[in-house]
Design a protein around this ligand. Structure first.
Ligand code: MLT
Length: 412
């Protein structure tokens, strides 16, 4: 008889988005009229077509696969040098951050990278998790056996929760008296849309350097930052290359949610402690891990991602971001008009708002689904501190965003 990984039995309910899908499907089956009116502002999945520069590059790459002279089989597991170079140059060196090409690891998604990174990190780590948070950070730690059991509220023993709230603007402070080994940060934040300032990130980097903490910084939404004074990368903070791994994605800037391409930055200076007390560079371990468990992102997809850095690609991505941020402005304004306490939506594609009349998150989800036929994401799905909030995604057509704003105003 095969034994299973018992850690999976510690997981609370299903992953948030499948659970939402289950409820929405049940609603649609029972309400054909509501189904026809349904607008989804739940999962942050892009709706607009890929940038033409990407399409063109992918067509060309596909044609190369049709000839013996240009056909490519397995690629380098860490990514083709053309893409690693384009990323390191454009996202980092052009902004004054010294990241080498081989510190970039191309992958098929940030969700995978955030989970996979735990392969090279020990189960003993004391891990800081913001609350509310992107559920993938918590669940992958549970699956890897890096937590204890959950209580009835879904709070896992052995994780250190870092509360985000209206008072701290959903940017948790480093703990005052606790020494973390690992801490997750995500800015612009999913789900709250908060963005940490330079000073706030510096507090985290100073804390990490003083306490020997490894920061796992998720910057999947950096393209949505409108305010040029806000940091787009943790490496804008001096010293971060000695204490932080950064995750980035092409999903939300280039619309690659269905194409799949992302990257992780693992600076060579970064080390962690082995059981014998020696410091070991994480870079080599991550090379080893990717070489063993991954055969690389497809050539066609990487050529598509490279096109995002061309002049046309940049302009097209800018237009996509402008489109979604236009929706964010509309939705933010609607939620504010009806008197809700609203966060995010200014430098991020997510609007995070307090529910009206202190409704519970899932109660408001049901109200929106049944009365307005709009799918939102219940804040409690992102952790205990998300209770009493809901998230609106601005990834939609303009028509849908206008209609959701109208229905929201009519609802409350
Ligand atoms: C979300 O809605 O939170 C995102 O789509 C999650 C993701 O990017 O995996």
């Amino acid at each position: 008889m095969a034994f299973l990984n018992d850690n999976y039995l510690k997981l609370k309910a299903g992953y948030l988005f499948p659970e939402i899908a289950r409820r929405v499907n049940a609603f649609c089956e029972a309400n054909p009229v509501g189904k026809a009116r349904l607008i989804r502002c739940g999962i942050g999945d892009v709706t607009e077509p890929l940038p033409p520069a990407v399409i063109q590059a992918m067509h060309k790459a596909l044609d190369e696969q049709a000839s013996h002279n240009t056909f490519r089989g397995y690629g380098p597991e860490q990514g083709y040098s053309f893409l690693r170079q384009a990323i390191a140059q454009n996202d980092y060196r052009a902004r004054g951050i010294a990241i080498a090409d081989d510190e970039i690891f191309v992958s098929d998604g940030s969700k995978c990278d955030c989970g996979n990174i735990l392969d090279i990190l020990g189960h003993q780590n004391r891990t800081g998790i913001p609350d509310p948070v992107y559920p993938v950070y918590v669940d992958t730690n549970v699956m890897a056996g890096h937590t204890g059991a959950a209580d009835d509220a879904g709070v896992y023993a052995e994780l250190c929760y870092l509360p985000g709230n209206a008072e701290n603007g959903f940017v948790p402070h480093p703990p005052a008296s606790e020494k973390l080994d690992l801490a997750y940060l995500c800015f612009p934040n999913n789900p709250t849309g908060a963005v940490a300032t330079h000073e706030q990130l510096k507090c985290w980097v100073d804390y990490a350097l003083a306490n020997d903490t490894l920061l796992l910084f998720d910057a999947a939404y950096e393209a949505y930052i409108q305010n040029p004074a806000l940091p787009r990368s943790i490496y804008e903070i001096p010293g971060a290359q000695r204490c932080a791994i950064e995750f980035r994605s092409f999903s939300k800037n280039g619309g690659f949610t269905g194409v799949r391409c992302a990257f992780t930055v693992v600076p060579k200076e970064l080390t962690a402690r082995a059981a014998d007390g020696n410091r070991v560079p994480l870079h080599g371990l991550w090379v080893r891990r990717t070489s063993t468990k991954f055969n690389g992102t497809s050539y066609i997809v990487q050529r598509g991602a490279e096109a995002i850095y061309s002049d046309e690609g940049r302009a097209q991505v800018k237009a996509l971001v402008k489109h979604y941020m236009g929706n964010a402005t509309l939705l933010r304004e609607a939620a504010t008009t009806i008197g809700l306490r609203v966060f995010g939506g200014e430098n991020a594609p997510y609007i995070w708002a307090r529910t009206p009349q202190d409704l519970g998150s899932w109660d408001f989800f049901d109200k929106m689904l049944h009365e307005a036929n709009v799918v939102v994401t219940p804040g409690s799905g992102f952790g205990k501190a998300g209770e009493g909030y809901f998230r609106l995604s601005s990834f939609n057509s303009s028509e849908n965003a206008i209609e959701v704003a109208r229905r929201l105003k009519a609802l409350v």
